[in-house]
Design a protein around this ligand. Structure first.
Ligand SMILES: *[C@@H]1O[C@H](CO)[C@@H](O)[C@H](O)[C@H]1NC(C)=O
Ligand SMILES: *[C@@H]1O[C@H](CO)[C@@H](O)[C@H](O)[C@H]1NC(C)=O
Length: 259
């Protein structure tokens, strides 16, 4: 593969991805964060297809930020310094805006959004922020302290709640108001970022939670999510591949057998 061919291919690839990324709705005030219309709130990303948030939103902003950083690296490797620098600036601006608007120093974590659901900490979003270094080192230390302090309000059989127990989303789909699904069920799907982040601070804790998840899988099955009231019927879809795959990814990264 010649260098010139690689360069052209990267640029073409970049132009399509770049255009796609720029279709994302961001705050019209120019702060850079991904935005859910405050007069017509949307359901966003983050395994939250029943949760409406509005204003600046944490989870989708982190994904946008990550995409900017990756595209910036692609642009750089194909010699497009201008695009690369612009994307890096955009990404850095988003981190600063998130710190200013979404960080809650009284809780020591990021809030889920700035309007609808701003009262809640987005547990998975905070783990993702820490895992990807969207959070500063100081913020990451504080997020880890929250996971440590509130372990019993976050985990059940090793699996992870989206918000801190006993909170529930205020605008979730009404069918899911009984501590289930995205409004209080416990999920293994975010393990590929939750467990490696925890392991950076306390590998024994991460391995203990991984172990609990494996025991739950062996004893109760691999579900989309599980409810807190075994042996009730509180669980999601059976044989859920993302739960298995993402826990396996965490298991490979943690290598707990060598602890
Ligand atoms: C937000 O939604 C309202 C109502 O649908 C619409 O009029 C407005 O243009 C939207 N704002 C943006 C920035 O998309
Ligand atoms: C892992 O779980 C098993 C039960 O499935 C238990 O015997 C073992 O002590 C656990 N190890 C850790 C490190 O938690």
């Amino acid at each position: 593969m010649s260098e010139s061919w690689r360069g052209i291919n990267n640029l073409l690839w970049l132009s399509g991805l770049f255009e796609g990324l720029m279709q994302t709705t961001r705050n019209p005030d120019g702060c850079g964060l991904v935005w859910s219309n405050t007069t017509q709130p949307n359901v966003g990303y983050g395994f939250q297809d029943t949760v409406r948030k509005s204003g600046d939103v944490l989870y989708s902003s982190i994904l946008f930020w990550q995409a900017c950083a990756e595209l910036s690296r692609i642009a750089e490797s194909s010699g497009d310094v201008k695009t690369s620098t612009w994307l890096r600036g955009l990404a850095e601006g988003m981190r600063e805006a998130a710190s200013a608007r979404l960080w809650d120093s009284s809780v020591g974590a990021f809030r889920a959004s700035t309007k609808v659901e701003s009262d809640h900490v987005d547990v998975w979003g905070n783990a993702l922020a820490a895992h990807l270094h969207f959070a500063t080192e100081e913020q990451e230390t504080s997020i880890f302290a929250l996971f440590q302090r509130r372990e019993r309000d976050i985990f059940y059989e090793g699996q992870v709640r989206e918000i801190l127990f006993p909170e529930q989303w205020s605008e979730a789909w009404p069918d899911w108001s009984v501590r289930s699904y995205q409004n209080g069920g416990y999920w293994a799907t975010p393990h590929h970022h939750v467990l490696p982040f925890l392991a950076r601070h306390d590998r024994a804790m991460a391995c203990r939670l991984l172990n609990a998840t494996i025991s739950s899988f062996r004893g109760h099955g691999i579900w989309e999510w599980v409810g807190p009231f075994w042996p009730s019927v509180a669980h999601g879809a059976p044989g859920y591949v993302a739960s298995a795959a993402n826990t396996r990814a965490a298991s490979r990264e943690l290598a707990c057998m060598t602890l």
